[in-house]
Design a protein around this ligand. Structure first.
Ligand SMILES: [Zn+2]
Length: 478
């Protein structure tokens, strides 16, 4: 198949003009969007034609933070009600039992879930390599499912005996970490337009990695032009840890180890002050906002509004499936919208309720929906969608994904609006997919290839995957 025509759909482009086209279509050639517009302006036929009358079509969602392997350890009783540090200490010994097949299966499960929720590009952070596991196992599974992947070669080098959080049994030597990182970059990293696999270097967090490894990883990444990623300022405990161990707050520590730049993005970044937001903006660092995980672990609410006002790129991440405990990216976009409103409520009421509540929208780009006199300026559905699409693409340093525009990758998803969940919301399809209950999508396409078709996974047998996954999970817990 060389060309694909998507016709008669409600197209949400997420382009610079926030264009939405009621009777629109996409004309795709060799995996790239050649034309997007009203049906009257598009070619009328192609090698394959899909009539999506009554569907909404959106740019593929971009997941900027995940730990696929954690799909094996969801809802573990001892970790259900713990905060981050206790949650980790409960789970490290279970994760230490994983093998290469577990990495493959859990990656397939996570990516299948992501695809069925509209995701087309996912960044993963794998930082444990027990029993011969390698990042290669994850990449092989991703290639089978067919989503674009930014596979982070994570690492942990600061064990308990050196004052770190993880047990010594799950940390590795700096030398072996750096050698493997270099091998992976040389074997897999593709910097070209339309890349399916990119490698990222990602020491796990300030409390599990030595200062030297942070510096060496940055040096190696910059030699090869790959991106850097880590957890930062997720909880208040981490702030105390960094002050005591390194004499810096988390962001100050990142500056001290040269971890600032447009090639760096941080997961969470909840506990930051105004000055630190300016540091991110000045250096073009990105943020992976993970609202569900932050709620689940009672970590706090990231200052997304402040980041955006300062010009910081913000994308969304479902985070690992042991702290979510799902990989439904459309639901994550919805939670980003909702939790931003909770934060507005809290800060508004505690500071100066009247003036804030009377604030009028100064934005024209949201078509005035929900805005007006006497209404607080809340995060809109379209702003949340921006975070989940273009925001994520910017955070990952991708110019070829994130919107439906000529020349970009043909990455999109489609949902049939004729369903119970959207009954009564047909007048605004883009808002319906977020204000109404998140659903399983009907089509997900990556580079013109169907990953989800008619609501079913097209690249894997879902039932077999569930069986294999449950068997692996059971073994880990026994
Ligand atoms: Zn994480």
């Amino acid at each position: 198949m060389t060309t694909l025509l998507i016709k008669n759909a409600y197209i949400v482009t997420m382009d610079d003009h926030q264009r939405e086209i009621p009777e629109g279509g996409l004309f795709i050639r060799r995996g790239l969007i050649e034309e997007v517009g009203p049906m009257s302006e598009l070619p009328q036929t192609a090698d394959e034609v899909l009539d999506l009358q009554g569907f909404v079509v959106l740019p593929g969602l971009v997941n900027t933070h995940h730990h696929f392997y954690q799909t094996l350890t969801r809802a573990i009783p001892a970790a259900q009600d713990a905060n981050l540090f206790n949650w980790l200490k409960t789970l490290y010994p279970i994760w230490a039992r994983m093998n290469p097949e577990d990495i493959f299966i859990s990656t397939s499960t996570a990516l299948a879930e992501l695809a069925l929720s509209g995701c087309t590009t996912a960044a993963d952070h794998l930082y444990l390599f027990p029993n011969g596991s390698r990042l290669d196992d994850e990449i092989a599974a991703a290639q089978e499912i067919g989503l674009r992947i930014h596979a982070s070669r994570g690492s942990m080098s600061l064990g308990e005996s050196q004052g770190g959080l993880p047990p010594d049994s799950v940390v590795d030597s700096e030398e072996s970490i750096l050698k493997d990182s270099q091998r992976l970059i040389e074997k897999y990293h593709d910097a070209k337009l339309g890349a399916m696999v990119q490698i990222v270097l990602a020491p796990c967090s300030p409390f599990s990695v030595t200062t030297d490894l942070m510096k060496q990883s940055a040096k190696l990444a910059r030699e090869y032009g790959v991106h850097l990623h880590t957890h930062l300022a997720e909880t208040e405990d981490e702030e105390q840890f960094c002050l005591q161990k390194f004499g810096h707050r988390p962001v100050g520590y990142m500056q001290a180890v040269a971890w600032v730049g447009d090639d760096v993005w941080f997961a969470h970044a909840v506990w930051v002050n105004d000055e630190e937001i300016k540091v991110f903006a000045r250096h073009n660092c990105g943020v992976a906002h993970c609202p569900t995980s932050n709620m689940r672990l009672a970590s706090g609410i990231a200052p997304v509004k402040e980041y955006r006002a300062a010009g910081v790129n913000v994308g969304l991440g479902v985070d690992g499936s042991a702290s979510n405990d799902g990989s439904h990216l459309l639901a994550e976009v919805r939670n980003a919208m909702l939790v931003a409103r909770v934060k507005e409520g809290i800060t508004g009421f505690s500071a100066s309720p009247s003036p804030v509540r009377a604030e009028r929208s100064d934005s024209e780009d949201e078509a005035g929906r929900g805005q007006g006199d006497g209404v607080r300026k809340l995060m809109t559905a379209r702003e949340a969608l921006y975070l989940g699409t273009r925001g994520g693409a910017a955070v990952l340093g991708r110019k070829d994904i994130g919107s439906l525009e000529s020349g970009k990758c043909a990455d999109f998803f489609a949902i049939n609006l004729n369903r119970l969940e959207y009954a009564g919301a047909q007048h605004d399809p883009a808002a319906a997919v977020l204000f109404c209950q998140p659903v399983r999508v009907d089509y997900t396409v990556v580079g013109g290839k169907f990953i989800v078709k008619e609501g079913q996974l097209a690249t894997a047998d879902e039932q077999k995957l569930i069986e294999k996954h449950n068997k692996a999970a059971k073994r880990l817990l026994s």
